[in-house]
Design a protein around this ligand. Sequence first.
Ligand code: NAP
Length: 332
Amino acid sequence: MGQELASGMTTSREVRLAAVPEGLPTPEHLSVVEGPLPVPGPGEVLVRNRFFQVFPALRTLFGGGVEGTPFPPLHPGDTLFGGAIGEVVEGPLPRGALISHWLGWREFAVVPVEQCVVLDDTLPDPVAHLSQGLTAFAALTRAVEIKPGDTVFVSGGAGAVGSLAAQYAKRLGAGRVIGSTGSAWKADRMRSEFGYDAVVLRGDMQLDEGIDVFVDNVGGDQLTAAITAANDGARFVLVGALSSQLSPDHPGTTAFTEVDLLQLIAKRITMRGLSPLDYAGAQGEWAERFGAWLRSGEVTFPHTRIAGIENAPRALHELLSGQHVGAVIVEF
Ligand SMILES: NC(=O)c1ccc[n+]([C@@H]2O[C@H](COP(=O)([O-])OP(=O)(O)OC[C@H]3O[C@@H](n4cnc5c(N)ncnc54)[C@H](OP(=O)(O)O)[C@@H]3O)[C@@H](O)[C@H]2O)c1
């Protein structure tokens, strides 16, 4: 049984996985389906979503997911999910309050109240809560503790994580910041807006200077190049493995890279995989600092907004094929 809102709306659209792609997903692998407005039960909140995140790990979830990570795999018929911001319509939170939660990719969501975070104005634009800023901040301040003067290399440097990691690194005292991208047209913006001192292109991986910190979103040849260029005692934080996750040749659920262990040993390199969830105190500190940097204009939130849930399948395809800089957000 559906319900009717004061606005007269009785239906809600959502994006589902239609078929498991062979190779990378295209819009045809997703379907936008209309159904009755969901009805909240006790302890649940009906939320009208306004924004949701489009993110590359969906490709890994379509391929079967990775055991031990917080996100379950997605099967044909499943509704996609991911970070979202919406307004409370009904339930045990103030009507109209803006909340963030994890049930994106649908116009209306029924969310358990304990999974709702009521947003305040710490960030000047609530959409910045859908950035990957916390990931970038936890990587630089917790997983590796950046030191003044460090030379930092960020692979996937124009993406949602990378575009903020570079800007944060500079604010946190890095000396030089180098970034990589597979899209030559992104390099100018990486230098002028995100503060990269140098940009290298994927496929032409050679780093001409020693690095102290590596924020790795890509793996593969970026990781091997970083090991070759690492200074003694370099600290690597492994955030993602886009080279495997976005490879058309396999499902993106494993990411093997051959590395020279003798170089790791000789240079005393440390590597740490990142889960921002490990750092409970990072969230508040990140929001305070990001909010202040955004207000002062020292940092930007690079993102593209794509209007209309019906365009969400295209938005994912464009993200995976490198057509955007920073985060990709669907708004409606
Ligand atoms: N550990 C965590 O908690 C955590 C949290 C968030 C994200 N992540 C992971 O961090 C990584 C970065 O996330 P993100 O949101 O910032 O992604 P993203 O960089 O915004 O992803 C899209 C970009 O991937 C690049 N790309 C496309 N095909 C590629 C390929 N074959 N090899 C390498 N890069 C390719 C393209 O950038 P160019 O055009 O510049 O090449 C494209 O614009 C992902 O692996 C994500 O799953 C991890």
